[in-house]
Design a protein around this ligand. Structure first.
Ligand SMILES: NC(=O)c1ccc[n+]([C@@H]2O[C@H](COP(=O)([O-])OP(=O)(O)OC[C@H]3O[C@@H](n4cnc5c(N)ncnc54)[C@H](OP(=O)(O)O)[C@@H]3O)[C@@H](O)[C@H]2O)c1
Length: 274
């Protein structure tokens, strides 16, 4: 029987690249999305490429605890087990700062990012039983902050604390928990950026560029695999060295900040993935 991994928000970008890596290593993969249609399209594309494994699409609403429970009842019924969980989906909390976030913005952004992910982990590790791996896709912004991403930094710092606590609490059951603190990653949001803008973004990175989704996926697979069987409660930094340097600070950042808090970025057509 193949091992089974569930990856949240895996229809594009980093999530899709991780789904592809696990599929290439003979894992069956559950791809979740808030959209059943997007999950089906991404799963169909991967299934065609990796016919030796099973790719299962699943709509999952991380803002609804009842829906998370319903998804896990279904996974238990249909598969009876889960070997690995990758906590990837996140509200990116763009344009959130200490001055503009309302209580409604806070709940809309932090409910999936914290409460949803907490109960996702609870349900997933219940199903793992005696042995499994949990991986959080975190960020250098858990520690190093930039203006106007306050709820993102809070999310990632909390996720890393959740990771360490789970490692401590679930070690006796053979369940490991780790995180990847990623620096910038090339995603569909980079499509159409000017050469000057790309050069500006790459400038603070000692290794000269952002990571590719596939490079994050390599680390993700390693941490979930048996090769990492004694690695738990840790953060693997994959950031081209950016967190080793002092970033420049823009004292005028607030003069350019505007627009609604937490607006989601525009999307490229689905399935571009990389
Ligand atoms: N891109 C980077 O530079 C970078 C750097 C460091 C860390 N990371 C982390 O890496 C992970 C993947 O990043 P990415 O750039 O590949 O992100 P992404 O594609 O924008 O987001 C991943 C998925 O999260 C889901 N999502 C977004 N908002 C959500 C919400 N409010 N509730 C539930 N799900 C939501 C979306 O899936 P559906 O729309 O299909 O539901 C989305 O496809 C994230 O945890 C991110 O914080 C990214």
């Amino acid at each position: 029987m193949n091992k089974l991994v569930l990856i949240t928000g895996a229809t594009r970008n980093v999530g899709y690249a991780m789904a592809e890596k696990f599929a290439s290593q003979n894992y069956d993969v559950i791809i979740t999305s808030r959209s059943a249609e997007d999950a089906q399209a991404a799963a169909a594309a991967l299934q065609e490429k990796y016919p030796q494994v099973k790719i299962h699409p699943m709509e999952m609403q991380l803002s609804s605890m009842e829906h998370i429970c319903e998804c896990f009842r279904r996974i238990a019924r249909e598969h009876g087990h889960l070997d690995a969980l990758v906590v990837n989906a996140a509200h990116l909390a763009i344009n959130t700062n200490i001055m503009n976030v309302t209580p409604e913005d806070y709940d809309r952004i932090m409910t999936p990012n914290l409460k949803g992910n907490f109960f996702l982990c609870q349900k997933a590790t219940e199903l793992m039983g005696e042995g499994g791996a949990v991986l959080f896709i975190s960020s250098v912004h858990a520690n190093q902050c930039i203006p106007n991403r306050i709820l993102y930094s809070m999310t990632k710092a909390a996720i890393n604390a959740l990771c360490r606590s789970m490692a401590v609490e679930l070690g006796h059951k053979g369940i490991r928990a780790n995180a990847i603190d990623a620096g910038a990653i090339w995603t569909e949001r980079w499509i159409g950026l000017s050469d000057e803008e790309i050069a500006r973004r790459r400038k603070p990175y000692p290794a000269g560029r952002e990571s590719k989704p596939e490079e994050i996926a390599e680390g993700a697979y390693f941490l979930c695999s048996d090769a990492a069987r004694t690695i738990t409660g840790t953060e693997l930094v994959i950031d081209s060295g950016v967190s080793t340097t002092l970033l420049t600070y823009d004292a005028n950042w607030h003069k350019n900040a505007g627009g609604p808090a937490g607006q989601e970025p525009p999307r490229a057509p689905r399935g571009t993935g990389k």
